[in-house]
Design a protein around this ligand. Structure first.
Ligand SMILES: [Zn+2]
Length: 114
């Protein structure tokens, strides 16, 4: 008997699985590294109707803390303008980057004066 190959995490060989929903028990076992050849899904073993495989390209987090908020720190200026424009009285001047920055500076000065 040679060494066992690593289980293929990206293929579910059970033909009857028709859903794209990944079994949470499977995901749990994979992330906790308890998944292996001897693993049996608590939801009915091989009869579990959820997928026992990862989506292609899914890379397991190797224990590093993934901070999902990182990407959202910087709001594009266009969005800020849109946001601030919504706060302006209707029928006001068309907001350009220039008028927006002037308006923002004015608001900030006001805020500081309080
Ligand atoms: Zn399952």
């Amino acid at each position: 008997m040679g060494p066992l190959k690593k289980p293929d995490l990206y293929t579910d060989k059970r033909d009857f699985v028709r859903t794209e929903i990944i079994c949470k028990h499977f995901l749990d076992a994979v992330t906790k590294k308890t998944f292996g050849w001897g693993w049996k899904c608590p939801n009915g073993g091989d009869q579990c109707t959820y997928k026992h495989c990862l989506p292609p390209g899914f890379v397991l987090d190797e224990g590093e803390d993934v901070n999902l908020d990182d990407d959202y720190d910087e709001i594009p200026i266009e969005e800020l303008i849109e946001e601030e424009r919504a706060k302006l009285p209707p029928g006001g001047t068309k907001v350009t980057l220039e008028t927006f920055m002037a308006w923002k500076a004015k608001k900030e000065a006001e805020a500081e004066a309080i």
